[in-house]
Design a protein around this ligand. Sequence first.
Ligand code: HEC
Length: 130
Amino acid sequence: MRTGWIALAAAAGIALSGPATSAPAASAWRLFSADDVKSAPAAERGAVVFKNSCEICHGTGNDRAGTISLGFKYGAAKPALLEQRRDLTPAVVKFYVRHGVGMMPFFRKTELSDPDLDALADYLGHRKAR
Ligand code: HEC
């Protein structure tokens, strides 16, 4: 308990002494608004959508459900990070996003529009060529 309070006090100290800024933390979810996504240059749109909708589970870190699950699923055979995969095609990405898999939820068109999914599928699904 005592260590808990010390840790809390330390965390508060760090928070208070940090620079006064309204920018979201680097790991914050939904870094971009729907308007930001729409107005992003075509080449960046997929990456922006990924950050908004997928990174919370498929980002780097040992607290990301998707990254952890895919690490267990494929072991050393494939990278656990989707952004490092070279075997995904746009069609595969779209299938998983619209249907979900295991504990991954499916995304309705009202949550992730078709144009956003196209950009995302292009971003994740054509990495072989990059
Ligand atoms: C709530 C957490 C969560 C979110 C949000 C999420 N995923 Fe997943 N995703 C998972 C988990 C967990 C798995 C592994 C499921 C399994 O096979 O057991 C997975 C699996 C996948 C797979 C299958 C990969 C493979 O080869 O088996 C793809 C593709 C995928 N996710 C893409 C996405 C994309 C694109 C997004 C964003 C639109 C997204 N996911 C958002 C949790 C999530």
